[in-house]
Design a protein around this ligand. Structure first.
Ligand code: ADP
Ligand code: MG
Length: 347
């Protein structure tokens, strides 16, 4: 078991009549990168701000390395928590060079050691040789790299990143999140990154937490989140999701697409109960068959995939992913062949 560097135990935070955090629980082991995924207004920033010490909580407690930093009766100020924070707007010092920005928080007196650390951090975030530039001479992505290097320079216990890549374009984001993940792993520092972008959460984090209305609904590895979501909400937050009606008949769920094995995290499921099975875009193969009973009603080209909307007999539709060269036209009559080996998740 790795050490827990950060824990939140049943923390609550209200703003007037709004409950931003509702008995939220969280534990971060040493070196772990956790992504928090959730819609706007669900309490992500409030959670980070409470951990950082920018908000007082109303109940529960926050511990950093086993020391209580926030509770109803304790409050250690932000500057004493050894927590680094990276925001959406890079917030660099405009009058300092890249070197000046990064070395700002380093508590080492030896000039040469300090310079060596700055150089190492700039290399880690992919900004080698840019130390003499000023923030206005950098692109948004480069400025955010400086902000990350500056945060790491202060040797924090944990780094909190609040939608750090939201202002960057898609190509830039893919690259910077790889670099930032590698930099965090290299420094062995744990991190929480808030995002509303599923792909970002999955690619940067070791575990993902899905948050709704101030509560973390599930926290697991990206694979487990995608394959075994505990709720329809988590299923929809973690990828494209359709829900197919079925009825439980012993170990099978009977649906209009056939009988399937099922699993659930619901407390009790009784014989004959009507459930919804989660269908992901890769769960059924679409094969043209003039005698088939399903119909392609639309195509969405994604570049690296073609998403077909297939209408079932009942009028219900599911979305199926095909390769980018799929040439099945709208109107095609097709069969749907289950390609899923694992049982379907029932809600
Ligand atoms: P997120 O970051 O997930 O979008 P926030 O944590 O910013 O959500 O906000 C959670 C809820 O708390 C929202 O309903 C928001 O309006 C409310 N809230 C956040 N900060 C304040 C504040 N300083 N005053 C009043 N309400 C706030
Ligand atoms: Mg926010």
């Amino acid at each position: 078991m790795k050490d827990i560097v950060l824990s939140c135990e049943a923390i609550t935070k209200t703003f007037g009549s709004v409950t931003a955090l509702n008995k939220t629980n969280l534990e971060i082991p040493s070196g772990e990168i956790l992504a928090i995924l959730g819609p706007s207004g669900c309490g992500k920033s409030t959670l980070l701000r409470s951990i950082a010490g920018f908000e007082h909580i109303d109940g529960g407690n926050i511990k950093i390395n086993d020391e209580i930093v926030s509770s109803e009766s304790n409050f250690i100020p932000a500057e004493k928590r050894k927590i680094g924070m990276v925001f959406q707007d890079y917030a660099l010092f405009p009058h300092l060079t890249v070197h000046g920005n990064v070395s700002f928080g380093i508590q080492i007196s030896s000039r040469s050691e300090k310079d060596a650390l700055v150089e190492k951090l700039l290399r880690l975030v992919g900004l080698e040789g840019m130390d003499a530039r000023y923030p206005h001479e950098l692109s948004g992505g480069q400025q955010q790299r400086v902000a990350v290097a500056r945060t790491l320079a202060a040797n924090p216990i944990t780094v909190l990143l609040d939608e750090p890549f939201s202002n960057l374009d898609a190509t830039m984001r893919t690259e910077i999140r790889r670099t930032v993940r590698e930099a965090l792993l290299d420094r062995g520092v744990s991190a929480i990154i808030v995002t509303h972008d599923r792909e970002e959460a999955f690619t940067i984090a070791d575990r993902v937490a899905v948050m709704k209305d101030g509560v973390i609904e599930q926290i697991d590895t990206p694979e487990t989140m995608y394959r075994s979501p505990v709720s329809k909400f988590v299923a929809s937050m973690t990828g494209s999701a359709d829900f197919l009606n079925g009825q439980i008949v012993s170990d099978r769920a009977v649906t209009e697409l056939g009988k399937f094995q099922w699993v659930t995290s619901m407390d009790d499921v009784s014989e004959g109960q009507v459930v919804e099975l989660l269908v992901r875009p890769d769960d059924f193969l679409v094969l043209p068959n003039p005698k088939g009973i399903y119909k392609v009603i639309s195509r969405e080209y994604r570049g690296d995939a073609m998403i077909l909307t297939v209408e079932l007999k009942s009028g219900f539709v599911i979305h199926c992913r095909q390769g980018p060269y799929s040439d099945l036209p709208v109107g095609s009559v097709v069969d749907l062949i289950p390609s899923r080996a694992a049982p379907f998740v029932a809600f």
